[in-house]
Design a protein around this ligand. Structure first.
Ligand code: GLN
Length: 312
């Protein structure tokens, strides 16, 4: 399958089998996130993967229909919705350069005067959540509604136990939010922004739900019902920021191995986009040092390597 020409149809069943085998071979490498205690209760050996094509085909393997905590994967949707509502105004308060620092780092924010490097580190996601709150009056509700509608899953929701656990152990996020506020870069009260941030991070969704919800990026901005969420060039920009910043300080390694725009979360999910073809999501709770799922990155690496299909 190597060197697959751009227009050729991929055999996703075969690719998912091979990707799942590669993921399982990672064994017990990595550690489940436990800095949010409620996340540590997950089965570390779970693995699922799904593909939703732009033509409406859906494929899955393993635990692909089992909900997990989406965590930072939600940041893809907060950014997309903020851009859809507010356009370029969003970029006044947040940059779009890779941070080269861990996702919850405080250091850069001080030297850069409260303007976070990009929308996918925690500091940047807090700013985007704040703007979405101003635009919609209910940032977490807007994300939840979008995910429900695109996935066709009305049961998709925030897990209140995870949200409460995040809030209880959220000293770093609270510090980031207060610091940003001290620079005048939050429009809403810190407590409101943190509540909505925790609520969208604590959404439970499956690989199935996430590929359907993310497939607007594979369709260059067009939603599942055929309406447009954002312009083609905005979709290009979101994909570009996903490629350069979506997997934190391991974005270079992710581009090297997988070669796709993608967003990871400490719940172990990674949602990646094959522009013009499909959205792909893999999930395995064990994380590497940067906070990316060992099994999910390995599975995506196998999928693009075997198919010869990436953005490069
Ligand atoms: N809610 C998590 C946090 O704020 C999200 C982090 C992540 O998935 N990288 O720490």
């Amino acid at each position: 399958m190597n060197g697959m020409p751009a227009g050729e149809k991929l055999d996703y069943r075969l690719l998912l089998d091979a990707a799942a085998a590669a993921a399982r071979a990672t064994g017990d490498q990595g550690h489940v996130a436990d800095y949010i205690p409620a996340l540590a209760t997950v089965d570390p050996d779970a693995f699922g993967m799904a593909v939703a094509t732009v033509d409406g085909e859906l494929y899955g393997i393993g635990d692909w229909e089992q909900p997990f905590s989406v965590q930072s994967v939600s940041k893809l949707f907060t950014l997309a919705l903020a851009l859809a509502h507010g356009g370029d105004t969003v970029w006044r308060g947040v940059g779009r350069e890779p941070s080269g620092n861990p996702f919850n780092s405080l250091v850069q924010l001080e030297s850069e005067h409260g303007i976070p490097r990009n929308p996918f580190i925690n500091a940047g996601a807090l700013v985007v959540t704040d703007r979405l709150q101003t635009m919609t009056g209910d940032a977490a509700g807007a994300v939840r509604e979008f995910l429900r509608r695109e996935s066709g899953n009305p049961l998709l929701d925030t897990d209140p136990v995870v949200a409460a656990s995040e809030a209880e152990h959220g000293h770093r996020n609270a510090a980031l939010a207060h610091f940003i506020a001290s620079h005048g870069n939050l429009e809403n009260p810190v407590e409101t922004v943190l509540d909505h941030y925790y609520a969208h991070c604590a959404v439970s969704a499956s690989c199935r739900d996430l590929v359907l919800a993310g497939s607007f990026l594979a369709r260059y901005g067009v939603r599942t019902d055929g309406t447009r969420l954002m312009s083609r060039s905005e979709a290009k920009r979101v994909n570009a920021v996903l490629l350069t910043c979506g997997t934190y300080d391991a974005a270079g390694e992710f581009a090297f191995r997988v070669g796709l725009p993608g967003k990871s979360g400490v719940g172990g999910g990674v949602l990646a986009i094959l522009p013009g073809r499909a959205a792909v999501c893999a999930w395995g709770p064990r994380l590497d040092q940067a906070g990316n799922s060992v099994a999910a990155v390995t599975a995506l690496d196998a999928l693009t390597t075997l198919s010869g299909c990436s953005i490069f």
